[in-house]
Design a protein. Structure first.
Lengths: 395, 82
């Protein structure tokens, strides 16, 4: 019973970094490898020093470890390979990068391997959970190894030491200790928050404590155990009108939430379901067409303009994350879709109709068939980068 | 009672549905005909090449813009309300 339940778990992963002030490169590096559908290896490495040297050390370290671990090599082998490969620092005469490895196996067990980074914080039901650790000496290095059986909502927070030094010399005299971070995370914890949201909140707090000018590269990575949630999105009618029934039947037979995009597509959906399409008159953002409602569909929006805005949000979310406060709050079609796809969904099925809208093949309109196909392609790429499982079916 | 729908499909949106909806709301308020007019949106009226498209009862009117808005609403809405 417990086992079959565990298989519906998945990992939600979010990480981001800020550079030490005036540095172009980050000396911390995160590497994520999907070992198989239900197993991942997450590595956070912090290279000695800062700038280009640190960046090379941490990139090499995390790449080597994640690749080797994903191929089931032992920790001993990983550490030995790393020691043999890393370039030795001219100044300090050592080759050194700290690392934290979190390996989630079959979405049932987490193996945590830590070397000299701040200890991973684990929250269970939103409260600090003191997981057991064993101390191992490998190649003269003290390495902590833990194994934890996973429960729903278990949250692992890993940081580089930049996070615990936050505030040194400016707002806090002794920096920000691990206990303070635990207190902060317990305080803001909400089981609805995504891993990326939790990581962003913690990193923002560190930057704030640094007075906006970080004294060290600072990285926060969060892994959260959640249940799978499927979302289905249909856009465009099928190229052959005879396939309409098939497309609609397949789409609505899928479990989970349903999003319908496009004026014509919505009208056809209304006919298929035998329900009226009720468009809303009010523009929430002048640049995004209003939504509509159809009983039995979770979100109904216009097509290309809305989706191209969702794509803008997706690219930003994966990059600078400057528009987060827009799409997490606004109630327009693009923001509603962004929330459902980026935050709620773990598995997304696209149903893309290839019908060419004759009315759009007009030189006066900036909408073409190719744009629609390109939007779906780019959006699914972004969503894959967010760690979602994507399936695209064309009709 | 007049039923007016303004298309908010992709093409009409790009041609200015937002502005036409604002104008229509103001027009209805200024002429104090809110109880005689039912203003709504439509999801693509199928005349995408010649937006903004609006529908007044069963009549579809294409190419509505800021310049001809007043004339169209005077003729097709206000005049018909008597």
């Amino acid at each position: 019973m417990m086992n079959s339940k565990a298989f519906s778990f998945c990992t939600d992963i979010g990480y981001l970094s800020v550079n030490k002030h005036d540095e172009q490169l980050c000396g911390d590096h995160v590497e994520l490898v999907e070992q198989d559908e239900n197993s991942i290896v997450f590595v956070l490495a912090d290279g000695l020093g800062s700038g280009v040297k640190a960046s090379i050390l941490s990139t090499l370290t995390s790449k080597i470890i994640s690749t080797m671990m994903a191929n089931n090599m032992s920790v001993e082998d990983c550490v030995a390979t790393m020691a043999a490969t890393l370039p030795v620092c001219e100044v300090r005469k050592v080759a050194y990068s700290t690392f934290t490895i979190i390996r989630v196996v079959n979405n049932k067990e987490a193996e945590i391997i830590q070397y000299d980074n701040p200890q991973v914080i684990m929250l269970r039901d939103g409260k600090n959970f003191d997981y057991p650790k064993t101390i191992n000496q490998i190649d003269g290095k003290t390495i902590y190894i833990s194994k934890v059986q996973l429960k729903l909502d278990d949250t692992f927070i890993t940081t580089s030491d930049g996070a615990i030094y936050a505030g040194v010399g400016s707002s806090l005299n002794f920096g920000w200790q691990r206990d303070n971070i635990i207190e902060f995370m317990e305080g803001i914890y909400d089981r609805e928050f995504s891993a990326k949201a939790l990581a962003t909140l913690l990193l923002d707090e560190c930057v704030r404590l640094y007075g906006g000018s970080p004294g060290d590269d600072t990285t926060v990575g969060v892994i959260k155990i959640r249940e799978r949630e499927q979302v289905n999105l249909m856009i465009g009618p099928p190229s052959d009108p005879k396939d309409l029934n098939k497309m609609m039947t397949l789409f609505f037979s899928k479990e989970g939430k349903h999003i319908v995009c496009g004026g014509t597509t919505s009208t056809l959906t209304g006919q298929f379901l035998g329900k009226p399409v009720i468009p809303c008159l009010d523009y929430i953002s002048p640049d995004i067409p209003p939504m509509a409602t159809i009983e039995g569909v979770d979100i109904v929006t216009e097509g290309v303009i809305t989706i191209s805005k969702v794509l803008d949000y997706a690219k930003d979310y994966l990059g600078e994350n400057k528009l987060y406060d827009d799409w997490t709050i606004l109630q327009d079609g693009a923001s509603c879709i962004a929330r459902m796809l980026f935050e709620d969904a773990t598995d997304i099925n696209f149903y893309v109709g290839r019908a060419v809208n004759a009315a759009h093949q007009n030189p006066n309109l900036p909408i073409t068939f190719n744009i629609k196909m390109q939007l779906v392609d780019e959006l699914s790429k972004c969503l894959r980068q967010m760690g979602k499982k994507i399936k695209v079916s064309y009709f | 009672m007049k039923n007016i729908s303004i298309c908010v499909g992709s093409s009409c949106h790009l041609k200015g549905s937002y502005k036409i909806i604002e104008l229509a709301k103001d027009y209805i308020a200024n002429h104090n005909i809110g109880d005689k007019v039912n203003l709504g949106a439509a999801f693509c009226l199928g005349r995408c090449t010649d937006g903004v498209t609006i529908k007044i009862d069963d009549e579809i009117i294409c190419g509505v813009n800021e310049n001809n808005f007043q004339q169209i609403f005077d003729e097709k809405v206000l005049a018909c309300l008597g």
